[in-house]
Design a protein around this ligand. Structure first.
Ligand code: GNR
Ligand code: NI
Length: 167
């Protein structure tokens, strides 16, 4: 197992569009293990492969407090959605920055699990927010990019200031 390096905004590689996984192999499962370990160590409730500079459609999520409900979504697609919610989000690639994003309140997502088996999942609340946040990473979108140019500029300035202070 290994803890992977999480790309930090504004890294251009976070804008890469991931490709679907053609076949779930042992290599895929090894990456998933490392992604889960990286997510738990951070700690975070989700991680997209994009964030560890692997540009394949793979997501890991665990919103449980006990860290014992790992959800793996390979090639996820939202097949239905309804409602809207404004949830205060954060991102391991944009540390220290938090803010609201409007998303669907309920979603139905179809994906493949670590065994290569297709499944369908209904999600709402935090899980729905997290799945949508991670799926955005897979198409190269970071949550702050929903905000106005002014709000994004302020977030970027705050990030730069913080990065300067730790150097
Ligand atoms: O750990 C995370 N918490 C979180 C909180 C609110 C909305 C979304 C998230 S996802 C984030 C981990 C992360 O950056 N995943 O890409
Ligand atoms: Ni994120």
């Amino acid at each position: 197992m290994a803890i992977l390096k999480i790309l930090q905004y504004p890294d251009d590689r976070l804008h890469t569009v991931a490709v679907p996984v053609a076949k779930v192999t042992d290599k895929t499962r090894l990456l998933i293990k490392d992604m889960a370990e990286t997510m738990y160590a951070a700690p975070g409730i989700g991680l997209a492969a994009t964030q560890v500079d692997v540009h394949e459609r793979i997501i890991v999520i665990d919103i449980s407090e006990e860290h014992n409900q790992l959800l793996v979504l390979i090639n996820p697609e939202i097949v239905a959605n309804s409602g809207q919610s404004d949830y205060e989000e954060g991102c391991l690639s944009v540390p220290g920055i938090y803010g609201k994003v409007r998303r669907a309140e309920s979603i139905t997502v179809q994906a493949i699990d670590a065994d290569g088996k297709s499944f369908v999942l209904d999600a709402q609340g935090l899980l729905a927010v997290c799945i949508q946040h991670e799926m955005d990473h897979l198409v190269g979108k970071v949550f702050v990019e929903y905000w106005s140019a002014l709000k994004q500029a302020r977030a970027l300035a705050k990030l730069k200031k913080k990065q300067r202070s730790i150097m």
